[in-house]
Write a new protein. Structure first.
Length: 453
């Protein structure tokens, strides 16, 4: 069965303006619908959220008053975004009840909603553990579907322990769905522990929906972020997300923005849920152009009309570069990533190139961005006739090498070099003779002119 064959999903996609499904959505739908464990790897911005939500909703039995699916996300913002998408889907799947479980939710309101027997719960792993194991407010022992979104961020040692505590108390026949932009280092260990013959779906490229990103690589030497303010006048973004790795760097950058008198928003992992939601609301209202964020705080953010990303230095974990870049160019739209790098970042840059990132090399000058030669550019000397002849001798090695072959080949090369040297000397002598002859002719003409006078 295909996605469009489900009338509810067909109407949802049509009403949302989706003319066709992404590759990850097509390939994930059938195995999830059949109840198989799935590991899905696809770039950010290629529709992974709907890839698991559509078959998951199709599997929900509204006549059963129990939590049938739990969706785990690494951040409150991502949980909120997933929740908003599920709310849209419930209009086409009447009877499906939702519950959001994130830090900062009003406890009384949550207890009231929990009494209505939700079918799908969306939240962060820490909050769900607290509600289920510590407070006993949620009953997950009959839950038979577990989704782990942004797995490369979720599958660290701390989260793994909490996921284990949750999954271990869910239904014995638990379908697990793991979605990620990159393959986490500890995925194999996770598969062995939690998943049963999972279906691996890895989308290398989706021509229609693959993010059309321009990666611009720019060197910078100073630890100061002054270079950012030199770039901004030349790029004219509609909405720009600027990344640093750590919270203290975020505060330093924000201070410099204030000193420059540039209005901006700050997204920090240390903000309360209410504060972060207020910031996101201002972003969506279009009140600000510049948003500053650390890697953790911005994970999973889906900001409409985000035209540009600025990456200040390479992150320690290169998978975060993928997620920085993936905030723009989503769902087939175009976007630009300006990646500033120190000399110490060069090994990481080379690794990104090896991983398939295509950089445009540019330098930032007073007049704007100018083209630079590639990172490891070396001027290639044009091969001389002598080089070509030597190459022919070396390449003409017979299949069966007789004793003394190497000596003979070396002698031939030396003889060729001597001959070339003699030719050059003779050529030089002839040129000198021609020059002398011309000089004599000039002298004769000069003397003849004097006699005539």
């Amino acid at each position: 069965m295909t996605i469009r064959q489900d009338e509810r999903l067909n109407r949802f996609l049509t009403d949302q303006g989706f003319k066709f499904e992404t590759e990850i959505q097509k390939q994930a739908y059938s195995p999830i619908l059949k109840g198989k464990d799935v590991i899905a790897i696809s770039k950010t911005g290629t529709g992974k959220t709907l890839a698991y939500l559509m078959p998951l909703f199709a599997r929900i039995n509204v006549s059963e008053n129990r939590i049938q699916a739990v969706i785990l996300a690494p951040t409150q913002e991502l949980s909120q975004q997933i929740y908003q998408v599920t709310k849209k889907l419930t209009k086409y799947f009447p009877g499906i009840r939702l519950l959001r479980a994130t830090k900062g939710e009003d406890r009384r309101k949550f207890e009231k909603e929990a009494d209505h027997h939700a079918h799908v719960v969306i939240g962060t792993v820490g909050k769900l553990k607290s509600l289920f194991l510590d407070d006993n407010l949620l009953r997950l022992d009959q839950t038979n579907m577990l989704v782990i979104d942004e797995a490369d961020m979720m599958l660290d040692s701390t989260n793994l322990a909490e996921i284990d505590q949750l999954a271990g108390r869910m239904a014995q026949q638990l379908q697990m769905l793991v979605f990620s932009a990159t393959i986490p280092d500890n995925m194999n260990a996770f598969m062995r522990s939690y998943m049963h013959q999972p279906k691996l779906i890895k989308i290398e490229e989706d021509v229609k929906f693959d993010p059309r990103l321009e990666h611009v690589l720019i060197p910078f030497k100073s630890e100061s972020y002054d270079i950012v303010f030199k770039l901004l006048p030349h790029i004219n973004p509609s909405l720009c997300l600027i990344f640093v790795e750590h919270h203290d760097q975020l505060l330093k950058l924000s201070k410099q923005f204030n000193e420059q008198g540039i209005r901006h928003l700050l997204i920090s992992g240390k903000m309360s849920a209410r504060e972060r939601n207020q910031v996101l609301k201002q972003v969506h209202e279009g009140s600000f152009v510049y948003v500053l964020s650390s890697d953790v705080a911005a994970r999973g953010l889906d900001l409409e009309n985000l035209s540009d990303v600025i990456s200040l230095g390479m992150p320690s974990d290169l998978s975060f570069y993928t997620h920085r870049a993936g905030r723009t160019g989503r769902a087939g739209r175009s976007g630009r990533v300006f990646a500033f790098y120190f000399e110490k970042d060069l090994p990481k840059v080379r690794q990104l190139i090896k991983n398939g990132v295509i950089f445009n090399y540019k330098a930032l000058t007073k007049t704007g961005l100018r083209e630079m030669k590639e990172l490891d550019y070396q001027h290639k000397r044009r091969a001389s006739e002598l080089d070509i002849e030597i190459h022919k001798i070396v390449k003409s090695r017979p299949k069966e090498v007789k004793p003394g072959y190497k000596k003979k080949m070396t002698a031939e090369i030396e003889q060729l070099k001597r001959k070339r040297k003699r030719d050059m000397i003779q050529k030089s002598i002839k040129e000198q003779q021609k020059l002398k002859s011309k000089l004599k002719q000039i002298e004769k003409r000069s003397e003849a002119n004097k006699d005539h006078d």
